[in-house]
Design a protein. Structure first.
Length: 308
């Protein structure tokens, strides 16, 4: 056994010496991951301590599971979990939209219109979150916005979409779909470009319609990519983004817009309850990790596709 391990080590060293340029090219990325992803994990200890910035992490007294219990018993626990899950599941429900867009683009003939269409659908992705929310505030304003003017044109009163708790999740999710569906479809378009043209030719010879080609050729070819991205999406189920939610949040929609990320920010940065906010964030991370393991296990058991 030891001889085999020694032989493997020699082969590894030989491979590194042979391809040292590639490993050198990889080194900056490895260093960045270590510095910004693994070294900060040392701060997880804050969640289990009565952290004081003056005392430091190691010298702060241990608190055990005190702050986890505090979060579970708080009145914000149910509402923040509910809002986060609702928005996340709503977002997951829109998962097929980039796939449908990619299938549609794949059916277009390669001409100027196809390139123009792809460019138009990609461009919103590059709008910053701040600018995007600013555009939404202007567009959905019931008094001066486009929606308000359209409603007044027909003699109706415009709803306050940005100030309504009931509309918050829909406005958040569908604005996200509009902004990112073109960019998200790129990976599916790339997967479809790898399909052997002879498959389409054979299907045409057999009299297959366009819909049959999509059903029996395109979708099966996309399935591995679809499953992988769906696993990653579900693995981040409670990871609703902070920036956009926080910018859209106001006193009128706070009951449905307070998610875990914004609550952690307010507790940690605004109220300086560092241990409490760390415990909430750690709880969120553990749940996402468990969901990722479970979904990957189910996918591996019932299909041939999984992350590992």
């Amino acid at each position: 056994m030891k001889a085999g391990q020694l032989n493997d080590s020699r082969q590894l060293i030989s491979r590194i010496k042979k391809n040292w340029e590639l490993y050198l090219l990889l080194l900056p990325a490895v260093v960045l991951v270590l510095l910004f992803s693994y070294v900060p994990m040392y701060g997880i200890l804050i969640a289990f301590k009565d952290y004081s910035p003056a005392a430091g992490i190691m010298d702060s007294p241990w608190a055990g599971l005190k702050y986890f219990e505090k979060f579970f018993r708080s009145y914000q626990f149910e509402s923040t979990i509910k809002n986060t899950v609702v928005i996340s599941l709503y977002s997951v429900a829109t998962f097929p939209i980039p796939i449908m867009l990619a299938l549609m683009v794949n059916q277009m003939r390669p001409n100027r219109f196809k390139r123009f269409f792809q460019t138009v659908t990609y461009m919103p992705h590059f709008i910053s979150t701040v600018v995007m929310v600013g555009l939404m505030l202007i567009l959905f304003s019931p008094s001066t916005g486009l929606i308000g003017n359209l409603f007044r044109l027909f003699g109706a009163e415009a709803p306050n979409l940005m100030g309504s708790a009931g509309w918050f999740s829909s406005v958040y999710v569908w604005s996200d779909v509009w902004q990112h569906m073109g960019w998200d479809s790129i990976i599916y378009i790339a997967a479809l470009s790898a399909v052997n043209p002879s498959l389409y030719e054979a299907a045409t010879m057999d009299g297959a319609s366009r819909w049959q080609k999509i059903r029996y050729i395109d979708i099966p070819m996309l399935m591995p990519t679809m499953i992988t991205l769906l696993i990653l999406r579900i693995g981040n189920l409670l990871g609703v983004g902070f920036e956009k939610v926080y910018l859209m949040q106001n006193n009128l929609n706070i009951t449905s817009s307070e998610v875990i990320a914004t609550y952690v920010y307010k507790i940690g940065m605004l109220s300086s309850q560092y241990s409490f906010s760390s415990a909430i964030n750690l709880f969120n991370t553990v749940i996402n990790f468990v969901l990722l393991i479970m979904v990957n296990y189910i996918s591996k058991k019932y299909s041939e596709n999984s992350l590992w």
